[in-house]
Design a protein around this ligand. Structure first.
Ligand SMILES: Nc1ncnc2c1ncn2[C@@H]1O[C@H](COP(=O)(O)OP(=O)(O)OP(=O)(O)O)[C@@H](O)[C@H]1O
Length: 240
């Protein structure tokens, strides 16, 4: 449904991803796992269309443009939380981003936003300024905005960061339910254990795809070693 073929991404002379081929299916909850600097965010951003300058192909089989069907949750710390808007406003951006500038949100948009806020447990905080939220509450708001988009493809960059154990469970259950409802859910995470418990598809990466399959296929000592051992962090520069 969504994937990349022979994808190579460079930042200047630095190779962030090399010859990566991977597919993400509808109805599947996938985790992209790897050490810092492994190219996980780079892969996600390429799928969203944020890094147009790459080699290889990005495939989207659903017949829609990425703009209309992808809901992307960036890393929390990359956003400006001092921006003077409320929880409701941010969640509504999941709708207006889709409607464009020329349409005001209608009743249906307000209903969808309300549902998303309730589903993520932040409805009672809807009038609060986003700067006055805790880390876990911010993550919930980003998920609410994602749900409000009603996309078929949900891509999340480290949604578990800064979130307490109970909230992590709720977020994982929510994402699992989205996959079970037929969406393709793809999450970047450092949390191997959560990924093994909730996801049906794991991708281990360290600049290259190290392993790709079900948790049973992928979660082996050999693969974990190959992904996280420092020797694989060599050769980070393009050959001349
Ligand atoms: N805008 C950029 N300019 C230059 N280099 C970059 C840029 N973004 C990422 N890189 C480099 O590309 C490589 C992959 O980065 P990426 O952010 O994809 O890794 P990651 O697996 O998401 O890491 P982390 O777990 O630390 O978030 C790293 O070596 C990083 O330093």
């Amino acid at each position: 449904m969504l994937g990349v073929e022979h994808l190579t991404v460079r930042y200047g002379s630095q190779v962030a991803l090399e010859d990566a081929t991977v597919r993400f299916e509808a109805g599947s909850f996938s985790a992209i796992i790897g050490p810092n600097g492994a190219g996980k965010s780079t892969l996600l951003k390429t799928l969203v269309g944020l890094l147009p300058d790459h080699q290889g192909a990005v495939r989207l089989d659903s017949g829609h443009s990425a703009q209309s069907c992808v809901a992307y949750v960036p890393q929390q710390q990359t956003l400006d939380w001092a921006f003077p808007v409320t929880v409701w406003d941010v969640t509504m951006m999941g709708r207006t981003g889709r409607l464009g500038w020329l349409r005001w949100p209608g009743r249906r948009d307000r209903t969808i936003v309300e549902e998303a806020l309730r589903e993520t447990g932040v409805y009672d905080l809807r009038h609060r300024h986003i700067g006055a939220l805790s880390g876990g509450q911010r993550q919930r708001v980003l998920l609410a905005r994602m749900l409000a988009r009603r996309g078929h493809l949900l891509l999340l960059d480290e949604p578990l960061t800064g979130v307490d154990a109970t909230t992590q469970e709720q977020l994982m259950a929510l994402l699992r339910a989205q996959a079970d409802a037929g969406r393709a859910v793809v999450m970047v995470t450092h949390d191997l254990e959560q990924a093994r418990r909730w996801c049906d598809h794991l991708v281990l990466i360290n600049r290259r795809i190290v392993a790709d399959g079900t948790p049973e296929q992928v979660y082996t000592p050999h693969n974990i070693e190959a992904t996280f051992s420092s020797s694989h962090l060599g050769h980070t520069h393009a050959e001349a």
